[in-house]
Design a binder for this molecule. Structure first.
Ligand SMILES: [Zn+2]
Length: 184
């Protein structure tokens, strides 16, 4: 039995609802995952992966589904590729490059909103897996961006916080308008 067996029937799992900005829960700072949290965390994974795949999105952090724990899930595989799930528990960036890169970002908590964000081009990240083993890996390109974006969520930071106030306000206003329209 593999850790990720639940992915086999993932399309039938009800997606966990994703919180939309400016929900104040998205601004909370999460606490470290302790060994006794792992059973709870595992139970959240199918609904979270289902929500991320259905959206579709490439990353989802615990606060986006109202969970106050430092973990996030990522899958960069496109539709034609086999799924490639990554679960980051208590991630920390241990090194980042001086070289910066600009990449367009979006977020499942800010649907339909995109903007270019400048971040370190490559990073070295340390995290725990479901077994509690410490993993360290290097990431660059889209994966580096995605890891940094998801880790921001664990500290209550959204990608729009990296933009000018003017740009951020514009996006938040547009989002609020679209959400209001959606509810009617
Ligand atoms: Zn996000």
């Amino acid at each position: 039995m593999s850790e990720l067996d639940f992915l086999t029937g993932i399309d039938d799992v009800p997606p966990t609802p994703i919180l939309i900005a400016p929900d104040p829960i998205l601004r909370q700072i999460t606490r470290d995952v302790a060994p006794e949290d792992i059973a709870f965390l595992r139970k959240q994974l199918p609904g979270m992966f289902s929500a991320m795949y259905k959206a579709p999105g490439i990353g989802l952090a615990a606060p986006q589904v109202g969970i106050d724990l430092r973990f996030a899930i990522i899958d960069l595989a496109d539709e034609k590729e086999p799924r490639d799930p990554l679960i980051l528990i208590n991630p920390e960036i241990v090194e980042d490059s001086e070289q910066m890169a600009a990449r367009e970002e979006g977020c499942l908590s800010l649907p339909n909103q995109y903007a270019e964000v400048i971040r370190p081009e490559s990073i070295r990240v340390r995290y725990r897996d479901l077994q509690g083993d410490v993993i360290e890996r290097e990431a660059d390109g889209l994966l580096a961006t995605c890891i940094q974006h998801e880790m921001d969520h664990l500290d209550g930071v959204l990608f729009v916080d990296h933009l000018s106030t003017l740009k951020r306000n514009m996006i938040m206003r547009r989002l609020a308008k679209e959400q209001k329209f959606k509810k009617k």
